[in-house]
Design a protein around this ligand. Structure first.
Ligand code: GLY
Ligand code: MN
Ligand code: MN
Length: 438
C-alpha cells in the first residue's frame, strides 16, 4: 500500500499551479539529529517533502519551479557513495531521483549553492518556510544576497519570501483515498495494539511492559510509534503528557494508554482507559460513563457544515452536565459552560487534525471564525476528565482518576467514519475483552 507516482505528480502540479510561473518553492528534508556522540535518532522524514515527492532520505531539497527551463521538479539529494552506502544503506542518488521519483532533473546536494541563484533569479516570489532549518535558511539567504549584490548585471532576487504552508497544508488537510487507506492501516494496527494491552494488563505489572505490548504489535506490522506512548496508571493518568511509563500498575486503578502507530508517514492516535484488574469500580464507572457520552456526542458533531469547534462544544456540555450530576460542579450547566468551570477537570481541547503529523497541519480558523468541516478531513475526538488527589470539594472516591477516550474520525458526507472503531470503548465490551485473559 503506497501513494502512487501519479498522485505525487498531481500534488506537485497543484502546488505549481498555485505558485505560478513567477514563483518558486523550496522544500528541504529534515536534518538528521544527534542522540548522543556518534549515534543519531532514527530518521523521521519531513512530512511536506514526503507528501510532494515520496522521497525519504535526509540531505535533500526539492525545488518546484513552474516553467523553468531546467525542469519544473528538481531534486537535490545525496550523491551515490559506495563507501558510505556500505555503512548507512543505499541512496537513490541523482539518477535514482530522476528514475524512481520522477524528478525532471537532479543534482548532488553539494551543488545546491551553485544552482540556487540561477533557480531563484528572476522569480517574483520565493515560497520557502524560514526559521525551520537554520542551515538551509543560511544557504537561501546567501543566494538572495548574491543575487541582490549582482542586481544590475544579472537576474533580480525574488521580491518576497512567502511560506509554502498556506498552500501545501491546505492540501494536506483533505485526505485522498490513498492517504485514507494508509491511515486506516495505521489505525487498524493501533487498535489491535490497544486490544493486546487490554488483554495483557494485570496488577503488579510495570507500565513499560504494557507499552512493550503495544510496540510489539506496531513493529510486527513494520510500524513505529507516531509519538511517545503514554501508559499512565492511577494518578499518572492525570498527567497529560506522562511518558515515563515506569510505575507499577495497581489493583483497583485505571490505566490510561495514549498510543498510535505511524505507517508510511501517517499517524494513528488512540486513547483508551481501562481497569488494571479488568473490572471498573463504582466511581470509575460514574466518571467513565460521562466521558464516553461526551465522546459519542462530539463524534456526532463531526459532519460537513458543522464548524471545527462543534465537537468540542458538544463534549463540554455533556461533561459539564455529568460533573454537576456527580456533584463535582455546582450550578446551572449553561453558566458553568459559559464560565468554563469544567476546565478544572477538562483542560485540553477535544481534538486536532490528524494525518502525516499526529497534530497535523491545516488552519483551524478562517478569519475570526472556526472553519467548517469538509469531507475527508480527519481529526481526533478525545475528551477526558482528570481528578487529581486533593481536588477540593470533590468526594475522595473520585480522586486520582484520569480518563480520556480518543478515536480518529473522518468527515464524510453522512455519518462520520471512525477509523479506530476496532478497539472497544464501552465498559461492558472492555470488561468482556479483558475477561479473555489467561
Ligand atoms: N497523543 C497526542 C494527542 O492525543 O494529542
Ligand atoms: Mn490526539
Ligand atoms: Mn492521543
Amino acid at each position: 500500500m503506497t501513494v502512487s507516482a501519479g498522485e505525487y505528480a498531481t500534488r506537485r502540479g497543484r502546488v505549481a499551479e498555485a505558485i505560478g510561473e513567477d514563483g518558486i518553492a523550496l522544500i528541504p528534508a529534515s536534518p538528521e539529529r544527534v542522540r548522543n556522540r556518534d549515534v543519531l535518532y532514527p530518521y523521521r522524514p519531513d512530512s511536506d517533502l514526503r507528501y510532494l515527492t515520496g522521497f525519504t532520505e535526509p540531505d535533500a531539497v526539492a525545488v518546484l519551479a513552474p516553467g523553468h527551463e531546467d525542469g519544473e521538479f528538481i531534486l537535490f539529494c545525496r550523491d551515490r557513495d559506495p563507501d558510505r552506502e556500505i555503512w548507512d544503506g543505499l541512496r537513490a542518488g541523482p539518477d535514482g531521483a530522476v528514475r524512481e521519483y520522477a524528478a525532471d532533473a537532479a543534482h548532488p546536494i553539494e551543488e545546491l549553492e551553485e544552482y540556487l541563484p540561477r533557480l531563484l533569479g528572476g522569480r517574483e516570489r520565493l515560497y520557502y518556510t524560514l526559521g525551520e532549518h537554520p542551515a538551509m535558511d543560511e544557504r537561501v539567504i546567501a543566494a538572495l544576497r548574491g543575487l541582490r549584490a549582482g542586481g544590475r548585471r544579472g537576474a533580480r532576487a525574488p521580491a518576497s519570501i512567502v511560506s509554502l504552508d498556506g498552500i501545501l497544508h491546505e492540501m494536506r488537510l483533505r485526505k485522498s483515498p490513498g492517504e485514507l487507506d494508509l491511515m486506516r492501516a495505521a489505525a487498524a494496527t493501533s487498535a489491535r495494539a490497544h486490544c493486546r494491552a487490554m488483554r495483557a494488563a494485570t496488577p503488579g505489572m510495570p507500565e513499560y511492559r504494557l507499552a512493550a505490548e503495544l510496540h510489539h504489535e506496531f513493529e510486527r506490522d513494520g510500524m513505529e510509534p507516531a509519538y511517545p506512548s503514554i501508559v499512565g496508571g492511577g494518578a499518572n493518568a492525570c498527567i497529560l503528557h506522562y511518558i515515563e511509563n515506569a510505575a507499577t500498575l495497581a489493583d483497583g486503578d485505571l490505566v490510561l494508554i495514549d498510543a498510535g502507530a505511524e505507517h508510511a508517514g501517517y499517524a494513528a492516535d488512540i486513547t483508551r482507559t481501562f481497569p488494571v484488574n479488568g473490572r471498573f469500580s463504582g466511581p470509575q464507572r460514574d466518571l467513565y460513563a460521562v466521558v464516553l457520552a461526551a465522546q459519542k456526542a462530539a463524534i456526532l458533531a463531526v459532519r460537513p457544515g458543522y464548524d471545527y469547534e462543534a465537537p468540542h462544544r458538544a463534549a463540554v456540555r455533556v461533561l459539564t452536565q455529568g460533573l454537576v450530576d456527580l456533584g463535582l460542579l455546582e450550578g446551572g450547566v449553561d453558566e458553568l459552560v459559559e464560565k468554563e468551570r469544567y476546565r478544572r477537570f477538562y483542560m485540553h481541547g477535544t481534538g486536532h487534525w490528524l494525518g502525516m503529523d499526529v497534530h497535523d497541519v491545516g488552519d483551524y480558523r478562517q478569519g475570526d471564525e472556526w472553519r467548517e468541516l469538509e469531507p475527508d478531513m480527519t481529526l481526533t475526538i478525545e475528551p477526558g476528565l482528570y481528578v487529581p488527589a486533593g481536588s477540593e470539594g470533590v468526594d475522595e472516591r473520585f480522586w486520582d482518576i484520569g480518563i480520556r477516550i480518543e478515536d480518529d474520525v473522518r468527515v464524510t458526507e453522512r455519518d462520520p467514519e471512525i477509523l479506530t472503531a476496532d478497539v472497544p470503548k464501552d465498559m461492558a465490551a472492555i470488561e468482556a475483552l479483558m475477561a479473555e485473559r489467561a
